[in-house]
Design a protein around this ligand. Sequence first.
Ligand code: PEP
Length: 250
Amino acid sequence: MALKKLIAGNWKMHGLFADLDQVREIAQESQGYPSVDVALCVPAILVERAVRAAPGFAIGGQDVHHAEKGAHTGCTSAVMLLDAGASLTIVGHSERREAQREGDADVRAKAQSALSVGLNVILCVGETLEVREAGRAVETVMQQLDGSLPADLEGEAELAIAYEPIWAIGTGKIPTSPEIAQMHSAIRSKLHDRFGDAGGQIRILYGGSVKASNAEEIFAIVDVDGALVGGASLTASDFIPIVQAAANSG
Ligand code: PEP
């Protein structure tokens, strides 16, 4: 049976007090699509205000430090996000892997830290254009998963994987449907190998230039259990049609 779809927005470094209006609108309009889980991952400074603006709606962070506390200037721990009212976090986004030089071991530690305090996790993987053109996309993503998947899935918090080809993020380019299908199927097999039956319950999201115009086609692909959406998650008018496409995909 198909998994309930998750549509998560990643606001990246966008969002001021005035943008809480969009959080409210997205939260309210999402209620019209109960067959879809919807979340917004906002900048850490906005988490608490977003939670207050939209009680009961899933608000997340975009990263956590692996440690619970300590001398880590400028960082946010998983328990801090939880304390602010977040229910999930992204880890391993390619922008952090690149700009903050986060490796697979860092991503695994972050995922484990978040899951251990009860935050749901969206763990991102994806290849560069160079790697795809060299025919090594699947192999590379499998290596990323080997290095960054948490050791186990104990506890209530939920892990999701976001396959985000780096060359598709914010570019308007997307892989072909067979390319997405091939990658998601490989990820599903890896999750089964690692976690047994539980691997079949882990949602695999596609991310990279998802918009209202391509969402329906993407959600029709087997083992695409939702989307991680950047640019098109900033306003209700762009984001809600993607949620609607997920609802229509059954
Ligand atoms: C992202 O930032 O995770 C992302 C997929 O961005 P966009 O939808 O803008 O390509």
